[in-house]
Design a binder for this molecule. Sequence first.
Ligand SMILES: [Zn+2]
Length: 131
Amino acid sequence: MNLEELAQDELINLAIEHNVPLPDFRINNRFKRVIGRYEPMKNLIQLASPDYLEGWVKRSGYEPADAWVVVRDVVRHEFAHHLEWVKYGTVSHSARWRAYARAVGAHPRASAGVKERVVFSRAFSRMNGGE
Ligand SMILES: [Zn+2]
């Protein structure tokens, strides 16, 4: 399986395991400098293209063979946002999110080496502490 298929599979397994609706998943070939994104209002997780992800993995100092392990952490990171959103209606990198990150096996960090963006309306962003 390629990175895209692995990511889709991982999301399906996580949604089943945590008993929440499956977020939509899409590769976004336009992503530059962002590798993952969660959009709660669209129920959507997006990743950069597999080519871009592989380049990013390499530039980050990982072996190509570790690409999936690294990208899986991004998928799980975004899924932890989805869990927090479904359960609490918030999106953050708070202690609550970190607990979900640990629960899904993601490194509970905001971004160390992982560039992502959580997108929602400005009003909603203010409501949730400006993330
Ligand atoms: Zn995040």
